[in-house]
Design a protein around this ligand. Structure first.
Ligand SMILES: CC(C)(COP(=O)(O)OP(=O)(O)OC[C@H]1O[C@@H](n2cnc3c(N)ncnc32)[C@H](O)[C@@H]1OP(=O)(O)O)[C@@H](O)C(=O)NCCC(=O)NCCS
Length: 152
């Protein structure tokens, strides 16, 4: 596995983040302005994975309440299956622990098996379904949850 550095995104990363999102049909798709406003916005955490000085993945979470929500995660198609998604997930989990979050939630399309397996391999457990949650195509969401273990 090649080493990826995880850090908070800056405005300079936005073109790469948008390129990765647009190249990832299974990712959530947002207007550019959502990502722009997420940089340095206290209610969101926008992380990027960097390899050889290139941004190759990102994750964005809503962090305003104790139940964090992983809203989107994507790795550039040319950099997948090298452990980068897992490193991003683990960095998010560590950030949530440090911030005192109680859980992280994620909704994933029923057909998106790579994202479901990534979540499960990082300790998320299935926590219900939402019928007809997604559009184009209509599809149910599988709900996943990572429960923080309180420090003893
Ligand atoms: C989901 C995604 C972020 C995974 O990123 P990645 O860097 O390829 O994942 P990793 O290499 O870290 O893999 C971690 C685990 O995820 C699972 N996984 C990743 N890709 C997979 C695939 N194509 N098929 C099945 N499982 C897969 C495996 O369990 C893997 O663990 P293993 O290597 O021990 O088997 C990536 O496929 C992606 O960007 N998909 C498009 C965007 C998307 O669907 N986002 C989720 C929106 S909810």
């Amino acid at each position: 596995m090649k080493i990826a550095i995880i850090r908070c995104a800056s405005c300079a990363d936005l073109p790469s983040i948008l390129d990765i999102e647009r190249a990832s049909p299974a990712a959530a798709h947002w207007p550019d302005s959502e990502y722009t406003s997420a940089v340095d916005y206290p209610a969101r955490l926008l992380l990027v994975a960097e390899q050889n000085s290139q941004v190759v993945g990102f994750a964005i979470a809503f962090t305003a309440i104790a139940e964090w929500e992983l809203e989107n995660i994507a790795v550039h198609p040319g950099s997948r299956e090298q452990g980068i998604g897992r490193v991003l997930m683990n960095a998010l989990i560590e950030a949530a622990k440090a911030a005192g979050a109680t859980e992280i939630r994620q909704e994933i399309r029923a057909s998106n098996l790579p994202a479901q397996r990534l979540a499960q391999s990082c300790g998320f457990v299935q926590d219900g379904k939402r019928a007809a949650y997604y559009r184009e195509p209509v599809e149910e969401a599988i709900l996943f949850k990572f429960i923080m273990v309180p420090a003893s």
